[in-house]
Design a protein around this ligand. Sequence first.
Ligand code: HEC
Length: 405
Amino acid sequence: MKYRTWIKKKNSADQGMVVTSLRWLGVSLLVFGFSATAGAGPREQAKRIHDRLAGVPPSELVLQQMEADVDPFQAGTPLDAAFRAMDNANFYNVTLKNFVAPWTNEAGDVFVPLNDYIATVVGMIRDDVPFNTLLSADIIYVGANNLGLPPYSNTNNNHYVALEDGSFDMMTGLEQRLQSNVTGLPPAATAGVITTRAAAESFFEAGTNRAMFRFTMKNHLCNDMEQVHDTNLVPDRIRKDVSRSPGGDSRLFLNSCIGCHTGMDPLAGAYAYYDFDTTAGSIQYTAGVVQPKYSNNEENFPGGYQTTDDSWINYWREGQNRFLGWDPTGPGSGNGAKTMGQELGNSVAFAACQVKKVFKAVCLRQPEDATDRGQIDQMVASFQAGGSYSMKQTFAEAAVYCMGQ
Ligand code: HEC
C-alpha cells in the first residue's frame, strides 16, 4: 500500500515535469535514476524472489510474468510471483534439499546424499501435505516406478542415491506412498520422518534413543536441550542409567541432570521399541518389547525408572516449557512415536520453528527487529490457519517480505 502511493505520486510528478517543460527532462531523469538505485522496482523484486527461491536466475519469460505479478498496476500479486518461482525443479532439487539435509544427521551436514528423510520432506512440501504431520504420518516419498531406479530398500540408501545421481528431478520424480507399505513397519509404528531409514541410522543407532528426541527438538522445535532445561519438575521417570549423585555430588544431579532428563526421558519412552541394526543396516521395531538399550547401565541408579512399554508423558506441559505452546486439545501422554510426534507437531513451537527456518533460508538472515518478529508471528498464524500448515505458502510469504523495497 505504501509502495503503491509512493509510485503513484512519483509518476504524476514525473509526467507533470515532462509536460511542463523539456528543460526539466534532465532533472526528471536524475530523479528517476536515483530512485531506481535506492529502491527496487518490480523487476528487481521479481528477480530477487526468484533467486531466493529457485537459487538460479529466471528465464526472461518467467521474469516478465513475475514482474507483472509484483507490479501494483498489473494483475496478480507478489505472492503469485513467488509461486511462479517455486514452479522450478531447482527449488526442489537444490533449495529444499539443502534446507532439509542438515536435519538428517547429527553434524547438521548439508553435503549428504539424498535419502528417504529428505525426499519425504521435499515431497510433503511439493504436495502441500499439512506439515504438522511430519513427525507422525504414515508417509514416505520414493522415486517414480518409471525412472528405472533400484527399488526402495530397508537396508541401504541406493534408491535415493540413484535418484540423485540420475539427475531425476524431485518436482516430477517423487511419488507419495504409505510408509508402512514400503518399509513393512506396522502402520501404527510409523511416525513420519522419525521412522525413515535415514533418521533411524542417524538417531536410533547405539545410544539410548534420547538422541532422536534431542535432534527432533533441535531441528523441529528450534530448542536444544539447554533451552528447555527446567529443574522444577518431578524426576520420577528418569531412567536408571542417570546417576543421582554424579561424581558423588547429588547437587549436580539436582541442578543439572534433572533439568533435561526429567522432561526428556518420559518423552523418549515413546521410542522404546525402535533401534537401528547396524549389521543389517535397517531400522528395527520390536512391538511390545522394550529395546535392551533402555536398560543400559542400570547399576548407576537401580531405583531409577524402569521402561516397561512405549508409553510417554509430557511433563513439559507444566512449568516454563508450557510456553512451547502445546495443543490444549492434545492428550499430553500416550503410547508410541506416532502420538508423541503429534504432540510435538501440533505445538506452536513446531510451527514457529518451521517459519523461522524458512525465513532464514529465504531472507539469508535471522529475524532481527520488531518488524521482523511481527512478520514471523503473522507467518506462524498463516501457517496454522485452518490447519493448512503449507510450507509453500510460508516460503512464498518469506520471499515477498524479503524482496526488497
Ligand atoms: C542439557 C541437557 C542434559 C543435561 C543437563 C544432562 N543430560 Fe544426560 N543426556 C542428554 C541427552 C540429549 C542425551 C542423549 C545423548 C545422545 O545419545 O546423543 C543424554 C544422555 C545421557 C546418558 C546416556 C549416555 C549414553 O550412553 O547414551 C546418561 C547416562 C546421562 N545422560 C546422564 C546424565 C547425567 C548424570 C547428567 C548430570 C551430570 C546429565 N546427563 C545431564 C541431555 C542432558
